[in-house]
Ligand binder design. Structure first.
Ligand code: FAD
Length: 468
């Protein structure tokens, strides 16, 4: 059994004094709302996390307030869970041991966009940054399909990449992150500034390695993006065309997604455009010559265009990206709650791997593919675009899901498992030792999101010691 923390009335009074009564929530409905994210995509996480609750929520609006709140939580030794827009999918924002949720949405200024670098407070919305950047000739390099709501702090703390990753890779790739400034959890919280490659140890750590209070992310040069949808009855023909566009470096692009039928049938608002029983590809391509060239490529390959949304400034709905990345899974689960998902890297010979998976798991896996560039260290050039994706999976129990994941491993398909809340099990963390070292420095009492970094040796709230 775990030990749950209860906040003392004295601590609540002290938090109220420093944050103001309107910024503290302790009523059961609010606390429940602020203790959840999108973990319910996974039936496994749903069963594990549904009952977890914080004891109080503090809405942070600025750094000075944050420092005082953190100092009080440190002295009282209570768990602290950081929360942006809470669109994460792995229970990253769900407190396992109660304590305080810090809602960072109001700590959200864009401090500068000069020189093609967005310098922001953590709660700044990616959609707002994109819109403001476009006014001065820039745009986000990559962003999640939840860009309208998601915060920059939450993206770096819990996301990986998304729209734009076909050109710029994921968050951690190349020089996308310029710097991160962290606040430590101590009686007198300090700032730690990390730059360039060194920021990787603070990325994708689910708010366990310090509180990001300022982020600098490099921007791309603004382009105008047409949105194009193509369809075909032949999966292989559509895949050939899509892979060709993905790997053609002469074509400026932001999105290359392919959905196997029946996935398009889940997109109810697009029903009038998407032909029944056909696989579809959604693209964002620079308008003008590039968009024309892609349309010509499709025609030459016998692939039909089924929808076209010309570029518009400012960018506005409808967005085909609302049906890509992990939005696809949302549409699928809405239509059929027995569906769930995996996050896969298909590597070399992916066509062969699709065949093997279909043969072994017929009608249990449908391919939603996202093409991305990845794994470019600072100063290196990207290799050709790779084929990853978020396949839709019919859930037939935890054992069967594990069989699927094991088979993927056997045939060389990498899985970033979205059915675990342990950060080490959810993806690749080759630098986990440096993440643990950063946590020791930034969070000496191990109060930040306890239980999420599985290999961290100290968890004051767990009965069992961690397995390092
Ligand atoms: P939150 O969920 O609030 O937080 C994420 C993690 O970061 C938490 O562990 C939190 O504690 C931590 N954190 C938050 N702020 C800070 C801070 N200041 N300092 C340190 N840690 C912090 N993800 C992608 O990468 N790409 C996608 O395309 C994508 N598509 C999605 C589509 C849907 C429909 C859904 C539901 C999710 C999707 N996601 C995707 C996941 C998620 O939306 C993104 O990762 C998003 O950027 C998270 O931002 P957020 O503000 O909601 O973060």
């Amino acid at each position: 059994m775990e030990e749950f923390v209860k906040l003392s009335p004295e601590l609540i009074a002290e938090l109220t004094a420093v944050a103001g009564s309107t910024n503290i929530l302790t009523d059961p409905d609010s606390v429940e709302t602020y203790s959840k994210d999108f973990y319910w995509y996974s039936p496994i996480l749903k069963a594990k996390l549904d009952s977890k609750r914080a004891d109080a929520v503090v809405k942070i609006t600025n750094l000075e307030m944050l420092k005082k709140v953190v100092s009080l939580c440190y002295k009282a030794e209570v768990p602290i869970t950081l929360r942006g827009a809470a669109t994460g999918n792995y229970g990253q924002c769900v407190p396992l041991y109660g304590g305080v949720v810090l809602d960072l949405n109001g700590f959200d200024r864009i401090l500068s966009l000069e020189g093609g670098v967005a310098r922001c407070e953590p709660g700044a919305k990616l959609g707002t940054i994109e819109n403001e950047a476009r006014k001065v000739g820039y745009e986000l390099r990559c962003y999640p399909s939840t860009w309208v709501k998601a915060s920059i702090g939450g993206f770096v703390g819990g996301g990986s990449g998304g729209i734009g990753s076909i050109t710029y890779g994921g968050i951690r790739d190349a020089d996308n992150v310029k710097s991160l400034t962290l606040l430590t959890v101590e009686a007198e919280p300090k700032l730690i500034r990390l730059e360039e490659c060194d920021t990787i140890k603070a990325q994708h750590t689910y708010g366990t390695t310090g509180i990001m209070v300022e982020l600098e992310m490099r921007l791309g040069v603004k382009r105008s993006w047409d949105q194009l949808a193509f369809s075909s009855t032949s999966f292989d023909a559509l895949l050939d065309f899509t892979a060709n566009v993905a790997t053609d470096d002469q074509i400026p692009k932001r999105l290359v997604t392919l959905h196997e039928w029946p996935i398009p049938s889940y997109f109810k608002p697009l029903k009038k455009w998407l032909p029944a029983d056909q696989h579809v590809t959604f693209l964002e391509i620079e308008s003008g010559a590039a968009s024309d060239a892609v349309t010509a490529k499709a025609a030459a390959a016998g692939i039909s265009m089924c929808h076209f949304i010309p570029a518009h400034e400012p960018r506005r709905s409808p967005m085909l990206s609302d049906y890509t990345w992990n939005h696809t899974t949302l549409w699928a689960i809405k239509q059929d709650p027995t569906l769930t998902y995996l996050q896969s890297g298909f590597g070399e010979n992916y066509r062969e791997k699709f065949k093997l998976l279909r043969a072994k798991f017929p009608d249990e896996i449908y391919f939603h593919l996202e093409f991305v560039k990845g794994n470019a260290k600072m100063g290196e050039r990207f290799s050709a675009a790779g084929c990853g994706g978020i396949p839709i999976v019919r859930f037939k129990g935890a054992k069967r899901l594990q069989e699927l994941i094991d088979y993927c491993t056997e045939i060389g398909v990498f899985t970033a498992n979205p059915h675990t809340y342990f950060l080490e099990e959810g993806g690749r963390h080759p630098e986990i030792a440096s993440k643990r070292a950063l946590k020791a420095e930034a969070d000496p009492r191990a109060l930040l999101n306890p239980g999420k970094m599985k290999t961290y040796p100290i968890n004051p709230f767990a009965k069992e010691p961690a397995s390092v």
